[in-house]
Design a binder for this molecule. Sequence first.
Ligand code: CTP
Ligand code: MG
Length: 181
Amino acid sequence: MGPLEVVSLAIWIMLPAYLPNNVAVLVGGGRPIDGGRTVRGARLLGDGKTWRGTIGGIAAGIVVAIVLSSLAPTVTDATGVTVPTFSALATVSLPTGALLGDIGGSFIKRRLGHQRGSAVPGLDQYDLVVGSLGLTALVAWGWLVAVVTVWILLAILVLTPALHLATNVIAYLLGLKDVPW
Ligand code: CTP
Ligand code: MG
């Protein structure tokens, strides 16, 4: 497998995990998940984690996984790269795990005293990777090991921070986010 193939597969596999965060930015707002609750003076999660963003993001990720699965045979024929379909469990676990990871990241940020929207390099980029692949490992291990090779995992770890930065800069330029991270 060549590098281009590895990178393409990494993006294909992670699209249902990447998209929920971006959709959450678009549809987020309204009631925060933590309902305003605080622990030792700091918000449990903060106003950046809302029900609408979470549910909308997960729904979008599920839709994209279903669409990619339906396109897989055509893409495989057209490109010669065998792109995988998403099992039913992976279809749900990738987006759900991504936003659970993101929520876990905010929980950790608040405990460390970081305000909403502050940048914590590493945590901000990898919380969704740990969440999406972690939950998928728990519920769809067979699917995960069949499609994510060591090289694809390495590509995911290298690409994610770059894609995260790129999409956040775009969201910032579009006025969707207050800070470009
Ligand atoms: N968002 C949401 N629900 C989520 C995740 C994100 O509504 N589960 C929306 C919020 O409007 C949030 C924006 O997407 O402000 C950007 O998400 P993110 O960068 O994860 O949140 P931050 O506001 O930066 O807050 P934190 O410091 O907790 O990461
Ligand atoms: Mg943020």
